[in-house]
Unconditional design. Structure first.
Lengths: 225, 225
DNA sequence: CTAGAGAATATCGTATACGGTTTACGATTG
DNA sequence: CAATCGTAAACCGTATACGATATTCTCTAG
C-alpha cells in the first residue's frame, strides 16, 4: 500500500532556522532596508526571530562567502560596501557570463522558449509594481539561457546577480530605466529569433553595461570609498 | 606621521577559529584527503582542533556557500560530488572568464608582467614536487590577468578554480599533463608578447577545455552520479 | 572647558548543554 | 530465515552561558 507520496509535505527538507534567516537578510539587503555599511547586530536579529545567535551567525557566514556582508572581528557584521569601480567590474563579469550564455543557448533554442521569453518580456513591461520589476527582469534573462543546458553557468550568473540586486532595483527605477530595458529586451529577442548568435551576444553585453553606465551616472555617491 | 599602513600585520583581522578551520577543510578537499561524498563529522573536526562544534559549523556554512560541501539536515555534511557534466560546465565557466580576462589584460600588459609570467612558467616547469604544481600553475595564470586591473574578475576566477582544485591536481598528475600545460603556457605567453588578443583568448580557452577533456577521458568514474 | 583615564555597557566569539532526529543493531515475529 | 520492530548510540541543530574585546560614558586633572 504505497501511500500517496505525491502530496505528503516533505519533512526532510524543512528549512532550518539559519536557512530562513539567510533568505530574510539577503532580501533585506536586496530591497535596501539594509543599506551598505550598515551594521547587522546578531542579537537584534536573533531576538527578531526568537532564536539564539547561533543560527544567525551561520546565516551571516554564508552571506559572507557570497560577498554580501563582512565580518569585522569583535566589532560586528556590516553590509558590504561597493565602490564605483567594483560595481562596474561586477556588472562586467555579469555581461561576460550572460553574453556567453545566450550564445550557447541560441543554437538549441526552441520555439517554446522564445514564446515564454516573450511572455516574460510583456509581463515585465506591463507590471506597475516597482518591487517586482527586478524579479521579472531576471525571469526574462534566465529563460533565455535555459536551452544552453548549463545549470552551473546559470547559477553562477545568479550569484553575481545577487550581489547586484540592490543596484538593479535602483537602476530599473531610474527615469526611463524600465522603458530602455524593455526596448532592449525586444531587440535581444529579435536576434534570438533570427538565430543571430553574435548579435544577441553583443546586445546582451551592451544591455548590461548600459544599465551599469546609467546607474553610475545617476548614483550621487558620497561614500568614503 | 602616517605609519606604513601597508605592511603592518593587521591585528584586527587575526584569523578566528572558524577561519583556520575553513582553510584546513578547504585544503583537505583540494588535496583529496577528503574525497567527494565523504561525510565530515562536526564533532571529530571540533575535537581535532580542541574547539566546540560552533566554529566548525560556521566554517562549513561558508564552504557550503562556496559549493564545496552540502548540509543534509540532521544527517550531516558531505563533500559535494561533481558529476561529469557538472565538471565540464565548471571548466567551461573558467574558460569563459579566463579568456575574457586575458583579452582585457593584454592591451595594458607591461614588460615586467611578461617577465614575471615567464618566471612563473619556468618555475612551474622545473618543479618536481607534484603537490606544488597546481599552486604554481595558478600563479602563472593569475599573473597574466593582473594588468587587466579587474580584481573582482580575478577573484571570481579564483573561486571557480577553488571548486576545481581537487580535479586540477589530478589532471596535472596525469601522464603528460604537466608537459602539455607547460607547452601551452609558452604558446599563451607568445601570443601575449605579440599582443595578439584574439589568439591569446582562444589559446587560454582551449588550454582550459583541453585539460577538462583529458581529465574526463582519464577519470574512470564509478560514481553513482 | 577639554583631554585622558578608568569604569560601565554593549557586542562579539566560543564553550557547554540538551532535546530531537537519524542510524545501527539486536530482539521478535511470522 | 527474512522482515519488521524497538531500543541504544551517534549525531545534529540550537539554547544558554560566559570570558574577551570594543565602545561609550563619566569623572577628574589640568
Amino acid at each position: 500500500m504505497p501511500l500517496e507520496t505525491a502530496k505528503v509535505p516533505n519533512l526532510g527538507k524543512a528549512p532550518s532556522a539559519s536557512d530562513i534567516i539567510l533568505t530574510f537578510i539577503r532580501d533585506a539587503i536586496a530591497d535596501g532596508s539594509l543599506d551598505q555599511g550598515e551594521p547587522i547586530r546578531q542579537d537584534d536579529v536573533a531576538r527578531l526571530f526568537n532564536v539564539s545567535k547561533i543560527p544567525v551567525r551561520e546565516a551571516l557566514k554564508r552571506l559572507e562567502a557570497e560577498g554580501l556582508v563582512e565580518f569585522h572581528r569583535n566589532r560586528g557584521v556590516v553590509v558590504t560596501s561597493v565602490s564605483d569601480p567594483e560595481l562596474a567590474q561586477i556588472f562586467e563579469v555579469r555581461a561576460i557570463l550572460e553574453s556567453s550564455a545566450i550564445k550557447l543557448s541560441i543554437p538549441n533554442m526552441r520555439e517554446k522558449t522564445l514564446a515564454r521569453a516573450l511572455e516574460f518580456c510583456e509581463t515585465f513591461a506591463r507590471e506597475t509594481d516597482v518591487a517586482r520589476w527586478s524579479e521579472l527582469n531576471w525571469q526574462f534573462h534566465s529563460c533565455l539561457y535555459e536551452d544552453a543546458e548549463r545549470p552551473f553557468l546559470v547559477s553562477t550568473i545568479r550569484s553575481v546577480n545577487d550581489r547586484l540586486e540592490r543596484f538593479l532595483r535602483i537602476q530599473l527605477a531610474l527615469s526611463q530605466g524600465k522603458e530602455i530595458a524593455d526596448r532592449e529586451h525586444r531587440e535581444i529577442l529579435d536576434a534570438c529569433r533570427a538565430r543571430d548568435v553574435e548579435r544577441a551576444g553583443t546586445l546582451v553585453f551592451e544591455h548590461i553595461m548600459g544599465a551599469c553606465r546609467s546607474l553610475l551616472e545617476h548614483l550621487p555617491r558620497i561614500r568614503t570609498r
